[in-house]
Design a protein around this ligand. Structure first.
Ligand code: F6R
Length: 605
């Protein structure tokens, strides 16, 4: 999705902005642009290009100097990817420049009015409307011009505005799309994602919705869109610039798969309470009294986070014996759901910015529900909107395809399930058993990743498949769903996930040698049932790859995964399938970190 970066200070701004844009590339985009000025300059200088940041860089002229600027990577919504539609957008006098993330819902109506008033548009974007509105204001201060323009806007925005007549400042505003200020020594940064600024400063101020800020080289001020001052103190970002580097791996996806043992170690750190065989979840704000009143848990998330939620719901039912289910937040928000006061709602999001999840949280809160967040990015919109929550501490995930955040989210759910369970009927010995299982996870992950070569060989075979079936039963089913999503999004091979129990109700018709099946076969009480499904597939000459705790006779190949406690097995069983998706995509020459048509944080509808 779109990205914003801005700088004001003494340094040469263009290289800084281009570096910032490169750090935002992982979010997905189709064009980029930059506009700069300096205190002594009389105007704005702008360059834009369809394509990658390197295409933009190639167009930047030699004498493109300045000390203040804003830049953008665009993900097309209104108008195709093109030089003209790339941001920044300028007004007719080349005085106002705007970069914008989000969507202006009433853009066509505003555009029609402006055209009727004689304004000429140079792009098809919704953002250009905002530029002209700011340019038409005759308020004395830039802040008031921006404020006046925003009053006409319906929709979501994170914006940064530069004005040739006010070139000692950048004005920014947020409503539904993140804006973060980076506080430096006599220099200030602005970005839509801390990734763009952590190599320069780790002191940040995250704006709230309805907040604006003026940044100058040595000062910043925050206030509401109505003009009242707000107090926003800087916090320190825990992620370091190096966490965004590739660290010797060829892709971020590979790096992030291999970071999982450390990441799991982090989500567990400081949270296990051996004395009472439970866990401390500081951010949860749920005392035992309230926890006992919870009659249901409803988990909401999208894509991979939804799958982590499905695993979480099973853990909560098994360990805490509270009815729980997961639903795509993108569906939930549109179905006028019955909101029940005794239900604990849990919103799951790696980025903490996914619009469908955020909208579901806002709807729930409006109806008086209590919402917990399980989120990776500290200070993100969902983390701020939720009443309480748990951070998953996976570290920054740069690859568009989620791996380590998925695993850490499932571990966070195990912690929540254990916590709720031990307040209710989970025994001390079961608590101990789960804790021992959790502690084993990092070493077991390492063990599994050592089998990369074996999985790589298998991937060469699977790269030839046109389509694949993933099956699992109960604990294995969400694992199958996630593995199928991973494969399709990164390799573009069609894949479908089905409960193994449903095979005979339809999908068996598909089985033939050219359709490989990946079967999740944990050593649990359903082992024999799963084996029966393998028999059924084999009887129809289907090729089978099993992910299991022991060799499966009916499978053509078994990836043997270390056994943990039954309830925790799903956390581990998906990991070899991340590697399978990775190596299949590699064999097919795919753009692994930036699969086509996908973006890292889906901040629009
Ligand atoms: C898949 C993937 C997506 C995200 C989904 C939600 O690998 O990354 O399916 O899981 O877009 O994103 P978050 O978790 O940021 O809310």
């Amino acid at each position: 999705m779109c990205g914003i970066v801005g700088y004001i200070g003494k340094r040469d701004v263009a290289p800084l902005l281009l570096e910032g844009l490169q750090r935002l590339e992982y979010r997905g985009y189709d064009s980029a642009g930059v506009v700069i000025t300096s205190p002594k300059a009389t105007g704005l200088k702008m360059v834009k290009a369809k394509g990658r940041v390197r295409d933009l860089e190639a167009r930047v002229p030699k004498r493109f100097t300045g000390t203040t600027g804003i830049a953008h990577t665009r993900w097309a919504t209104h108008g195709a990817p093109s030089d003209e539609n790339a941001h920044p957008h300028l007004d007719a006098d080349n005085k106002v420049a705007v970069v914008h993330n989000g969507i202006i819902d009433n853009a066509s109506e505003l555009r029609a009015k402006l055209i009727a008033d004689g304004v000429e548009f140079l792009s098809e974007t919704d953002t250009e409307v905002l530029t002209h509105l700011i340019a038409r204001s005759d308020a004395e201060k830039l802040e008031d011009r921006v404020r006046e323009a925003l009053r006409h806007i319906e929709g979501t925005y994170g914006i940064a505005v530069l004005h040739a007549d006010f070139n000692d400042r950048i004005v920014v505003a947020r409503n539904g799309s993140p804006v973060v200020l980076g506080i430096g020594e006599k220099e200030m940064f602005v970005a839509s994602d801390v990734a763009a600024l952590v190599s320069h400063t780790r002191q940040v101020v995250t704006l709230d919705d309805g907040e604006m800020a003026t940044i100058k080289a040595d000062d910043y001020r925050t206030y509401t869109t109505e003009g009242s001052r707000t107090t926003a103190s800087p916090t320190t970002v825990e992620w370091e610039a190096e966490s965004y580097d590739m660290g010797g791996h060829d892709t971020y996806m590979h790096k992030e798969i291999f970071e999982q043992a450390d990441a799991v170690d982090r989500v567990l750190r400081g949270r296990i309470d051996d004395r009472f065989s439970t866990v401390h979840l500081g951010g949860l704000n749920l005392d035992a009294h309230d926890a006992r009143k919870v009659r249901r848990v409803k988990i909401l998330g999208c894509g991979t986070s939804y799958h982590a939620g499905m695993i979480g719901a099973q853990m909560i039912e098994e360990l805490a014996r509270i009815p729980a289910d997961a639903e795509p937040a993108s569906e939930f928000r549109y179905r006028n759901a019955v909101v029940d006061p005794d239900t604990l709602y849990v919103a799951v999001s790696q980025s903490g910015e996914t619009y469908d999840v955020l909208a579901a949280v806002q709807e729930l809160k409006r109806k008086g529900a209590r919402v917990f967040g399980i989120v990776n990015v500290v200070g993100s919109a969902i983390a701020r909107e939720a009443d309480a929550g748990v951070y998953v501490h996976a570290g920054p995930e740069v690859c568009v395809v989620s791996t380590k955040c998925f695993t850490n989210t499932t571990v966070a759910f195990a912690l929540l399930a254990l916590h709720l369970g031990r307040i209710r009927d989970l025994s001390v010995s079961d608590g101990k058993r789960i804790i021992a299982g959790l502690r084993q996870l990092p070493a077991q992950i390492e063990q599994m990743l050592e089998r990369e070569d074996e999985i790589k060989k298998l991937a060469q075979e699977f790269a030839e498949a046109k389509s694949m079936l993933f099956i699992g039963r109960v604990r294995g089913y969400p694992v199958a769903r996630e593995a199928s999503l991973k494969l399709k999004e990164v390799s573009y091979i069609h894949a479908e996930a089905y409960p193994a129990s449903e095979l005979k109700h339809g999908p068996l018709a598909l089985i033939e040698p050219a359709l490989p099946t990946v079967a999740i076969v944990p050593d649990d009480d359903l082992l024999e049932k799963n084996r029966a499904a393998l028999e059924e597939i084999k009887a129809r000459s289907g090729k089978i790859l099993a992910v299991a705790h022991q060799e499966q006779e009916k499978a053509d190949h078994t990836i043997v995964v270390p056994k943990n406690e039954n309830e925790l097995d799903p956390i581990l069983m998906g990991i070899p399938l991340q590697l399978l998706a990775y190596h299949t995509a590699l064999a097919l020459g795919r753009d692994i970190d930036k699969p086509r048509n996908l973006a890292k944080s889906v901040t629009v509808e």
